[in-house]
Design a protein around this ligand. Structure first.
Ligand code: LAC
Length: 217
């Protein structure tokens, strides 16, 4: 059975980019990181709703530039370092082990991400996950972002399977909603213990780590 993972926030810790430069970023570092992510994802939704596509790497840079305007205390000289860090994000400590364990028990593993191909390839290689993944699928193939069903259909097309045959793992509740709506068996990794949302589209399981998904039947 294919296990398909969201990338940013699920396998990769997007807060790691600002965290690596926390001292230089100053007292607004946490809020800066949070708004960077919120704007990055907002831009994917607005463009997709408008029927337009601009790749995720460009939207990531535009969201970062918005944050430099909004938080003038953060030094703009950090821009290249933050973007470079985003291309080499840390994977969560259990990511590699979980992918390897799934494959050892005979399950296929893949990423389905908003990330543009070059961006996600860089992150996968930098985090040492390449050898533990059967496929890396990017929304770039359909030029629209999650949670459009056309995006999740990349998985069923790749594995020539039905939605119900796929386990989809995301730490983003809105992505888990889209995956559930598509018909995947969805597991929500709720590390932050966030309140639940989208009661009409419940995941089959909620875990507090990637490791937790291994125990779900
Ligand atoms: C991704 C974003 C949603 O990797 O985190 O698709």
């Amino acid at each position: 059975m294919p296990y398909v993972f969201d990338a940013y926030g699920t396998l990769f810790d997007f807060n790691a980019a600002v965290a690596r430069h926390r001292a230089a970023a100053g007292p607004d570092a946490d809020r800066f990181a949070e708004v960077w992510r919120i704007k990055q994802i907002e831009y994917t939704w607005t463009h997709t709703l408008a029927g337009r596509y601009i790749e995720f790497w460009t939207l990531t840079q535009r969201a970062l530039d918005y944050c430099f305007e909004r938080f003038p205390s953060v030094d703009r000289a950090l821009r290249p370092a933050l973007l470079d860090a985003y291309l080499k994000l840390d994977a969560y400590p259990d990511a590699l082990k979980v992918l390897q364990e799934l494959r050892a028990r005979g399950d296929a593993t893949a990423i389905l991400t908003n990330g543009s191909p070059a961006m996600v390839t860089s992150a996968v290689e930098a985090a040492g996950l390449k050898g533990a993944l059967d496929a890396v699928l990017s929304v770039d193939a359909v030029k629209m972002f999650k949670p459009r069903p056309e995006v999740y259909a990349l998985v069923t097309a790749h594995f020539a399977c039905k939605p119900a045959d796929v386990v989809f793992v995301s730490s983003n509740r809105w992505d888990a909603m889209g995956a559930t709506a598509f018909g995947f068996r969805t597991m929500w990794v709720n590390r932050a213990k966030a309140p639940d949302e989208y009661p009409d589209f419940p995941p089959v399981a909620v875990t507090d780590s990637l490791t937790g998904i291994l125990a779900v039947k």
